[in-house]
Design a protein around this ligand. Structure first.
Ligand code: 13P
Ligand code: SF4
Length: 310
């Protein structure tokens, strides 16, 4: 077993004592996913956090995921097993970029913020999106001009899918996905010619051009599970392999990655040991380090996402 029985029973006991529930993202270590009550993509985790009865939410993911859960559930305890696990992309936009676009386009501009962003950046924005709902939400916005922050790659992908919108891009990127090259993907296709290429929209345009399917982590997993194909080249962080294998066990489906398996050093910081310490000591409480007004504004962007995506 991935997790020793004594450890999983200790986790069960601590959860009951604290009235806690464990949520995990598909990128965290397999043993952490194995003990979580719910595992999902960013949108699923944000939506789910609002519907749970427990008083304490332990979020096995990076800082912005904990912050989103806290903004949506201000009355609950939201704990991060490793509060230092941050997403570098979450910081990659400057206030001036937003101010300049608002100045230029006035009321006919929506500032659309990828959920991978700080609370402060969300507070400058109009609506949040994740990779699983960005196309739908942008297409339904009343404004024609869209400033998409921070991720240039998801922004460009959305712009292509919604050609009637004028999408202004920002230079942010995910350091794990942005370094994947088309050559690497082509080499994997050459080695496995029958495999379908499933890619995350945080990849560069040249990589997405190689893809048979583009979607969020949950989208990639669902596609592989439901597909008639038996081989897949997975172009996202390798943490998804645990759920891919779990859902396709016994089917003979095989999964490959581009030459260098993408990992996220930030997600990798969340260990089983830290999860147990967090539960035992109730440490790692999420702090929303902005003014109450900015926090309310940031929450509004998440509420709007949940409304649009409903
Ligand atoms: P999704 O799980 O929403 O696809 O997001 C991927 C990601 O990079 C989260 O940090
Ligand atoms: Fe951030 Fe990229 Fe890691 Fe996701 S994979 S948490 S976008 S650095």
């Amino acid at each position: 077993a991935l997790v020793p029985v004594e450890l999983s029973s200790a986790i069960e006991r601590l959860k009951a004592e604290r009235d806690a529930v464990i949520l995990a993202h598909y990128y965290v270590a397999p043993e952490v996913q194995a003990v979580a009550d719910y595992v999902g993509d960013s949108f699923y985790l944000a939506k789910l956090a609002k519907s749970l009865p427990q008083q304490t939410i332990v979020l096995c993911g990076v800082e912005f995921m904990g912050e989103s859960a806290k903004l949506l559930n201000p009355g609950k305890h939201v704990l991060l097993p490793e509060p230092a696990a941050d997403c570098p992309m979450a910081h990659m936009v400057k206030r001036e970029t937003v101010d300049a676009a608002r100045e230029q386009y006035g009321d006919d501009l929506a500032v659309v913020c990828y959920v991978n962003s700080t609370v402060e950046i969300k507070s400058w924005s109009d609506v949040c999106v994740t990779s699983s709902n960005a196309v739908k939400i942008v297409s339904e916005l009343p404004q024609r001009n869209v400033l998409f922050i921070p991720d240039q790659n998801l922004g460009r992908y959305v712009a292509e899918q919604v050609p009637d919108k004028h999408v202004i891009l920002n230079k942010g990127y995910c350091p794990r996905h942005h370094v994947i090259t088309a050559e690497r993907v082509e080499a994997a296709v050459f080695a496995h010619p029958d495999a379908l290429v499933l890619a995350h929209p945080e990849c560069k345009a040249e990589v997405l051009a190689e893809a048979d399917y583009i979607g969020s982590t949950a989208g990639i997993i669902k596609y592989a599970e439901e597909s008639d194909a038996s081989e897949f080249i997975i172009v996202t962080v390798a943490g998804v392999l645990y759920e891919l294998e779990r859902r396709t066990r016994g089917t003979g489906k095989r999964f490959y990655f581009p030459a260098t398996r993408p990992t996220c050093v930030n997600m990798d910081m969340i260990s089983l040991r830290k999860l147990v310490t967090c539960l035992a000591t109730a440490s790692g409480e999420v702090q929303i380090g902005v003014s109450p007004e900015a926090a309310a504004q940031a929450k509004l962007t998440l509420d709007r996402m949940l409304e649009y995506a409903a």
